[in-house]
Structure formats: C-alpha cells, structure tokens
Design a protein around this ligand. Sequence first.
Ligand SMILES: N[C@@H](CCC(=O)N[C@@H](CS)C(=O)NCC(=O)O)C(=O)O
Length: 236
Amino acid sequence: MAATEQKPEIVVHHLNNSRSERIFWAFEELNVPYDVKVYLRDPIAAPKELKEVHPLGKSPVITDHGKTIAESSTIIDYVMHTYTPAGTDTREFNLADSYWSNYSEGSLMLFLQMTLVMMVSAQQAPFLARTVINKFVDGVKAAYLLKQIQTSVDYIESELGKTPSGWFSGKSEPGAGDFMMSYPINTLVNGGRMPEVNVGPNVRKWMAAVQARPAYQRGMKRIEEEEARAKAAKKA
Ligand SMILES: N[C@@H](CCC(=O)N[C@@H](CS)C(=O)NCC(=O)O)C(=O)O
C-alpha cells in the first residue's frame, strides 16, 4: 500500500551532464515510474526553457500532479515519502541519510562547484590575461580548495569504513544519503577533473558497488537513451 493512492505522474526535467543522474538512480531503486524531458546545455548553461519549469532554471526538477519540486534531496525525500510502499522503512527518519544528503550539497558540492567555476573562468579568460588568471586560480586551488576537498574525501573514507554495510545510509541497502553522495563521488572518482585529490579504497569500493547495481545501470542507460533521442530531435 503506498502512502498515497495516487499513481505517480512524474516528469524528470533532466539537463545533460548534471546532478539529476542521482535522481535516475534513486527512482530506479525505488521502482517509481517516471517520464523524462531532456534539456541540452547551450553551450554550458541550461537553456531558458528550464526556467519555464522552475524560476531558477536548474536541474534536477520534477513535476508531479501539478506540483513542481526542485532540489535533489527534496525530490528524493518527496518520492520516498509519497510513493514508497509501506512495509519498507524509507519513510522513517534516518539520521545518516539526512546527514549525508545535506552534507553532499551543502558542504562537498560547495567546494567542487567553486573549483569548477575557477577552472572554467580560467579557460574562458581573455588571452592576454590568461597567464595571470591561471596563476591566481592555481594559487587558490592549492592554498584552499584542494585542501578542503582532500579533508572531505579523507573524512568520507574514514566514515565509510565505520558502516558495516558500506552504505552511507548505514542500512543493508543504499538510501537517500547514498543517492545524494553519488554525484560528487562520481565526479571525484571518474570525472578526471581533480587528479590531485587522493581518493581512498573505501570510497572507490563504494563507487564500484553503486555502479554494479542493476538500478544504477538502468538509470544511466535511460539517461543515455533519452539524451540520444533529444540530440537527434534537435538535429532533425
Ligand atoms: N542544489 C541543487 C543544485 C542544482 C544545480 O545547480 N544544477 C545544475 C546542474 S548540476 C544546473 O542546473 N546548472 C545549469 C545552470 O546553472 O545553468 C540540487 O541539488 O538540485
């Protein structure tokens, strides 16, 4: 029996190369049906059509029964509380899930985003200023950002070592904390943008366990297929 008798009418408004990856994984794990509307970056920022869905124009955002819901962690909580069958404990408050969900966006992503913005700004700097700007960016990265990220990654490594199941949720299955952490960890392990950061074995093992899950694979395949369709439609 679901928390609501209403059937989901979810549309995931997905921007390519974005945090909405974690939503696909979550929905596949939770067995919640969803449609997808793809928005293609133009060239880096989201297209203006995404602002017609939500004033901030960011992804992920979902619509369901006339509601528009933004923020990855709110989307995951909403779906877990609204559509997950009773008999599972996904609707109960779980401190670990809450903590890692907030930590993911509020702390870890903050440093990753700052680093990315600095790197992109350096790449886009006017030619004559590039040497000076690159020096400045390298200085901020070395003096502050990489240290913060390394401290975070070491902390995550140590915390993962304390959970017997190896999941951030602390349970035998991945939970909201895992879904939320998948985006920044994937960026660190597989993104190739921050080779200076030393990622330990627990974090790598966690990422491998995520990638081995059929639900994750289904979610990533769905993204690939939906994006391919959207790109073909744009060309036509
Ligand atoms: N805290 C938000 C972040 C959303 C966000 O910044 N999304 C990025 C993609 S990863 C975006 O839509 N960027 C496009 C833009 O800013 O134009 C969440 O977790 O949902």
